[in-house]
Design a protein around this ligand. Structure first.
Ligand SMILES: [Cu+2]
Length: 185
């Protein structure tokens, strides 16, 4: 195809405009990246200030019941963290503390016939270095207070008890909703 002069001009202006737009987008991306960077720096700074001010405590109350776990607060300071685990339910519950990004990231039992039911947390498949202890069994209406040495990170608190019903079916407490995150700063 032969281009006449005005076509060439249109192409010329078009590619210039394209280059200009590309620059604008690149600049916008840079600004956005810089903003989110300074935003996370601000957040880190605020978390540090909170830690230093003593606003973030080293204790939390953890309520367990059928079938939920609630940690108040869900953010504690690293070091010797004391958890008061209160059972507001009518079944015995436990509390296992694992360092993990989320409950979804934890290994689950996939084969039937083992010690744990399908869908339960496969505790034996978790690295020992990610295990930070257990509050043990807490009877209904009772409370257990225990301290754990927790470095900064994200943890999942869960109850992994398998409830065997008279009809032979098994209800796993984790699977039924007994898990909650705990952030340690
Ligand atoms: Cu439970």
């Amino acid at each position: 195809m032969r281009l006449n002069r005005s076509d060439r001009e249109v192409f010329g202006v078009g590619s210039l405009a394209f280059a200009f737009l590309a620059m604008v987008f690149a600049f916008a991306a840079l600004v956005t990246a810089a903003q989110s960077e300074s935003h996370s720096n601000d957040t880190n700074k605020r978390v540090k200030q909170l830690s230093a001010s003593g606003v973030v405590s080293k204790t939390a109350e953890v309520t367990v019941q059928e079938f939920s776990i609630v940690a108040h607060p869900g953010l504690v300071q690293s070091g010797k963290v004391t958890l008061s685990v209160e059972n507001h339910g009518s079944l015995t519950h436990e509390l296992v503390i694992i360092q993990a990004s989320s409950a979804a990231a934890l290994p689950k039992v996939t084969k039937a016939g083992g010690d744990r039911s399908v869908g339960a947390i496969d505790e034996e498949a978790i690295a020992e270095s990610d295990k930070f202890g257990e509050a043990g069994e807490v009877a209904p209406t009772k409370a257990v207070t225990k301290s754990f040495d927790l470095p900064p990170g994200t943890y999942v608190l869960f109850c992994n008890i398998d409830l065997k019903k008279p009809d032979g079916t098994v209800v796993n407490h984790f699977k039924s909703g007994m898990r909650t995150p705990l952030v340690v700063v």
